[in-house]
Design a protein around this ligand. Structure first.
Ligand SMILES: *[C@@H]1O[C@H](CO)[C@@H](O)[C@H](O)[C@H]1NC(C)=O
Ligand SMILES: *[C@@H]1O[C@H](CO)[C@@H](O)[C@H](O)[C@H]1NC(C)=O
Ligand SMILES: *[C@@H]1O[C@H](CO)[C@@H](O)[C@H](O)[C@H]1NC(C)=O
Ligand SMILES: *[C@@H]1O[C@H](CO)[C@@H](O)[C@H](O)[C@H]1NC(C)=O
Ligand SMILES: *[C@@H]1O[C@H](CO)[C@@H](O)[C@H](O)[C@H]1NC(C)=O
Ligand SMILES: *[C@@H]1O[C@H](CO)[C@@H](O)[C@H](O)[C@H]1NC(C)=O
Length: 320
């Protein structure tokens, strides 16, 4: 019986395709929408898409991972992407002439946990419907040309762990809803956009592990990101127009990286800075005054991390 079975298996093996024909057809449509680029040469209809095609991962004959990277691809994201129903990882990056937007059909991918379109020319608004992808933990739309405002509905994605929207052309303010994520507060990267206005007060309720707002046009008070009870590790508020009194701020013990450079922050450096295990620190180009607290890791930083303030003094700067 066992011998018979193995004969049958051996007999069928050479012609057995592990790729479902439905998924194969879909992938070939995607290939056409990307204008049959060289990086997809391995996507040959005569071969098995699960075993032979670069960037394709399968589980039980269905496509669960699709990685397309680094190529001069002229095209758009095909509507048919939504037919790859079992997709868990969708990772497209460095596709320099991938244009258009993210099609609505993507919301059919209920099992998607990892969504990345990074370093492409995708443009227009980031669609609100992205938040219908309720299983996504990692959302990376960085280094694209998305414009318009950040959809507040992102806060409704319950499993988010990281959101990277940095290096786009996003405008408007940070959504009020980012003070109340339905799940845990994700690491948030919004740097190098064109965001403006004041930080909504609601954000004081969110305790970010990592927050980067660098290189925008945000203004006013950003002291809500500080607080003794926070567990923030990395805080980058550099290159904005923030204006608040740093003397009044209480620092979280967890802070390891703090960049406040290029703002209009005033007051004095808090003494608590000497208790932190800082490995990155920059308060240059602000309006700080008073003597630099002495101790901890603070004096291990260069003059350039303290320079160009109103009247800050003491090592590593000049004596007070
Ligand atoms: C999603 O994942 C679940 C559990 O792993 C699986 O049963 C299901 O078939 C997958 N596909 C869809 C479309 O839900
Ligand atoms: C999330 O994925 C699970 C399987 O992993 C699936 O059963 C469920 O329907 C998905 N949830 C949503 C909200 O899409
Ligand atoms: C986004 O960019 C497009 C194309 O450049 C432009 O037509 C549109 O007005 C922009 N939208 C916003 C909100 O800036
Ligand atoms: C910080 O946490 C302590 C203990 O959990 C609590 O009593 C206190 O009110 C909190 N302080 C602030 C400013 O939230
Ligand atoms: C900043 O706050 C400190 C402590 O409350 C206060 O003494 C100081 O006068 C404030 N500085 C300015 C410029 O308002
Ligand atoms: C701190 O900011 C200044 C001004 O932008 C810059 O010259 C310096 O290199 C920065 N230091 C670090 C460690 O990033």
């Amino acid at each position: 019986m066992r011998i018979q079975l193995s004969i049958i298996i051996i007999f069928f093996l050479p012609s057995f395709e592990s790729c479902s024909s439905e998924d194969k057809t879909t992938l070939l449509k995607i290939k056409i929408s990307l204008n049959n680029p060289q990086i997809l040469n391995s996507w040959d209809p005569r071969t098995d898409c699960c075993n032979d095609w670069i960037g394709v991962e399968c589980t039980h004959r269905r496509i669960t991972g699709l990685t397309v990277a680094a190529g001069d691809v002229v095209g758009h994201i095909a509507e048919e992407i939504g037919d790859l129903r079992d997709l868990v990882i969708l990772d497209w990056s460095s596709l320099y002439r991938l244009r258009g937007t993210i099609p609505r059909s993507i919301t059919k991918l209920k099992n998607l946990t990892y969504l990345r379109f990074r370093v492409t020319e995708l443009s227009g608004p980031i669609p609100e419907y992205i938040s219908e992808l309720q299983n996504v933990t990692f959302l990376d739309l960085s280094f694209n040309r998305f414009n318009g405002s950040i959809p507040g509905s992102i806060s409704l994605m319950p499993k988010l762990e990281a959101v990277q929207l940095n290096r786009n052309k996003l405008t408007g303010s940070i959504p009020e809803s980012f003070g109340s994520f339905v799940g845990k507060v994700p690491d948030l990267y919004l740097g190098n956009n064109r965001l403006s206005g004041k930080i909504p007060k609601s954000l004081s309720k969110s305790d970010f592990n990592t927050l980067s707002l660098s290189g925008n046009k945000l203004s006013g008070d950003a002291s809500m990101f500080f607080g003794r009870n926070k567990t923030t590790v990395t805080l980058d508020l550099s290159r904005n127009n923030f204006h608040f009194n740093l003397s009044k701020v209480k620092l979280a013990k967890s802070l390891v990286s703090l960049d406040l450079s290029h703002n209009r922050i005033f007051g004095e450096l808090p003494l608590e800075l000497t208790n932190l295990r800082l490995d990155h620190f920059n308060v240059s180009f602000n309006r700080l005054c008073g003597s630099t607290p002495q101790g901890g890791r603070l004096q291990s930083f260069e003059v350039y991390e303290f320079s160009n303030n109103l009247c800050l003094c003491g090592t590593p700067l000049e004596r007070c």
